[in-house]
Each structure stands twice: as structure tokens, then as C-alpha cells.
Write a protein that binds this ligand. Structure first.
Ligand code: 3EB
Length: 334
């Protein structure tokens, strides 16, 4: 791929905003999609055709916010393959939500991913940039395998025809346990390819050894979009492939921030983007296993991150039982 972004900045085809319900009500930009975490969409929002999803995850910060992906240009809305979608000249945003099929979870996940791939082909957005996956009881075990490992197996099987087994072309992703509700998968795909990024401190997730499940997780640590936004996957206290600092949330947070810093700084170095470490973060979601850790994690992050970094704290279930938190986000140069 050409490093053309060094010379010709491409206009951003999307922006992420964390909005209060009041701010959302007066938003004028076209909406690509919006995600409600334990919030009921206002009637005005439902009346639009924009893709949306509700995720059963409690927000822990004082003011609830809505995750809103906007477009600088008019969007076209549609519905196909069970996916609500919006697209502009650069990106396709889609939401797939369906009641969880507990008895046939893996076929359901495969069908969802096949639907995503089919929609991309039909609409002409061949490059997946970023995916989010939420479902309840992520740690629920049937036989040897918990629901997350089953999810990974089904996702890998569905993506294999397109991406192969352990592909450096896989998009960035998050897969996090909700506390009820539907299987929610939303994604952004683009007409132009992003650059997939890994973390030198971590084994690539798609190369994790078999102890973490029969099929490795199919995701990149981040995707650098053609307009130089860095879409960073869920990031946790993992070094190599092992969880670190069992039982110590403060140390897990520090390790997680080291991982985020490594992804941002190696991307800046290798891709020639003017990131400034953690100061380049714009919006982050902090998933906490234990809501009782909120005060301490917030205090630690407030001391480390500049005030301009927008934060959403969520009470979530994390895929490895020893992980107490996970952080995802978007970084960009000023
Ligand atoms: C990890 O690094 C933590 O399966 O899509 C983070 C981001 C995690 C995405 C996924 C899993 C996923 O392995 C867990």
C-alpha cells in the first residue's frame, strides 16, 4: 500500500462524537449510526432512519452519553441482510441486532458475519475498518468452551474465505460482554483500505495459542484510516499473550495504557502520522468488570489523560475472567 497520506490528507468521511441526549436532540450533521448504552433512544432519533443499537451496559460516569458517528456529507440509508446501514462516498456503517439464539449461537454469529460481508460486496465498501461485538453471558460455559471462545470460532470460520486463517488484513474490533439484550454487531467499512496495526508488546490476537480457544480472535490491534484516524481495538492488560496483574486493577490500567501508547506511537513512527502519545486520544470507552473500581480508575485516568479526551465508562463483562478492564478508542492528530 502507498503511504500517500503523508502527502495528501484525505477528508475524513466520518467523525465520532459522544453526545448528551440534549446535544443529540439538536445535532444537525447527518448520522451514520448511533449506539445507546442503557439509554432509550428519543422519539426524534427513532424517527430518523439512521442505524442504531441498544446495548445493555450501564454507564458509570455522571452524565450519560450517546455514541454518535456522523458524516460530513449527506448519507443514504438502507436495510438489507438484516443490517440497518448508512453510507456516504467513503464509508458504510451498519448495525446488526438480533435476539440471541442461545441454542445455535455459533451459526448465528457466522450468519451475522456472512451478512456483513455480503452487504459490503453489494454496496461496494470492500475494506472493513472496525467492528464491535456485544452479547450477554460472554463467560457462559457449555462443555469446555465459553461463549466468547464459541464466538471466536464462528467469527473465524465466517471470515476465513475472505481473510484466511491468521490474516494481517483483519479489521480492528472489540468483543465485550453485555448484561442482557441482543447480539449487537456494528461496523464500519470503507471504499479505501486502512492500514492494520499491531502492538509490538503483544502477540497478534489472530496468533494467540490454542489455550485461549480453538480459533484465535480475528482482529487487528488498530486500523489507521486513510484520513489518519486510528481506530484502536479493545485493549487490556495483556503482554505477549498472557494476562498481567491478576487482581490489581490499578496495575492493569497502567499496563493497558502502555499498550495503547505502544499502538499509537509505533503507528506514528511507521506511518508518518503526527500523533502525540496518549494525548492523541479523542474518544475512549473504558469497560470495567467491577463498578466499584470506577472511582479509582477514573481518578487514575484523570491524572494521566488530558481533559479533552472524551470518556465513556461502562459496566461490562470482559472475555477473560481475570481481566478487570479494557479500553478502546479513537486517536487522531490535531
Ligand atoms: C485481547 O486483547 C482482549 O475478540 O474481537 C479485545 C478486542 C479482546 C477485541 C475480539 C477481544 C477482541 O485479547 C480481548
Amino acid at each position: 500500500m502507498q503511504p500517500s497520506r503523508r502527502h495528501a490528507p484525505i477528508h475524513a468521511p466520518f467523525a465520532l462524537q459522544y453526545l448528551s441526549p440534549a446535544q443529540r436532540a439538536v445535532l444537525r450533521a447527518p448520522v451514520l449510526g448511533e449506539i445507546y448504552f442503557n439509554l432509550t433512544p428519543a422519539l426524534a432519533t427513532i424517527a430518523t432512519a439512521a442505524p442504531s443499537a441498544q446495548v445493555v451496559m450501564e454507564q458509570l460516569q455522571a452524565e450519560p452519553i450517546i455514541e454518535v458517528w456522523t458524516s460530513p456529507t449527506p448519507v443514504r440509508y438502507g436495510h438489507a441482510e438484516g443490517i440497518q446501514f448508512a453510507c456516504n462516498e467513503g464509508v458504510l456503517f451498519g448495525c446488526y441486532t438480533q435476539p440471541l439464539d442461545v441454542a445455535a449461537f455459533e451459526p448465528q454469529v457466522s450468519a451475522a458475519y456472512n451478512a456483513v460481508l455480503k452487504l459490503q460486496r453489494a454496496q461496494g465498501y470492500p475494506h472493513l475498518l472496525r467492528l464491535w461485538n456485544y452479547f450477554p453471558h460472554i463467560a457462559y460455559e457449555v462443555g469446555e468452551l465459553d461463549r466468547y471462545k464459541r464466538f471466536c470460532r464462528a467469527r473465524a470460520a465466517a471470515l476465513a474465505p475472505q481473510y484466511g486463517q491468521a490474516s494481517a488484513k483483519l479489521p480492528a474490533a472489540s468483543a465485550v460482554g453485555s448484561h442482557g439484550g441482543e447480539l449487537v454487531i456494528y461496523f464500519m467499512a470503507a471504499t479505501l483500505p486502512g492500514h492494520q496495526r499491531e502492538n509490538p508488546r503483544q502477540v497478534s490476537a489472530y496468533c494467540y495459542p490454542a489455550q485461549y480457544g480453538p480459533r484465535s480472535p480475528s482482529f487487528a490491534r488498530a486500523t489507521l484510516t486513510p484520513d489518519a484516524q486510528l481506530l484502536i481495538s479493545g485493549t487490556a492488560s495483556i503482554v505477549g499473550h498472557e494476562s498481567r496483574h491478576i487482581g490489581d486493577v490499578a496495575a492493569q490500567l497502567n499496563e493497558t495504557l502502555e499498550n495503547l501508547r505502544a499502538v499509537i506511537e509505533t503507528t506514528a513512527r511507521d506511518e508518518g502520522v503526527g500523533f502525540d502519545g496518549l494525548r492523541s486520544l479523542r474518544e475512549i470507552k473504558i469497560y470495567l468488570r467491577n463498578p466499584a473500581d470506577y472511582g479509582r480508575v477514573r481518578a487514575q485516568l484523570d491524572a494521566l489523560l488530558p481533559a479533552h479526551v472524551a470518556r465513556m465508562y461502562l459496566h461490562a463483562d470482559i472475555c477473560r475472567k481475570e481481566l478487570l478492564l479494557e479500553i478502546e478508542g479513537v486517536a487522531s492528530a490535531r
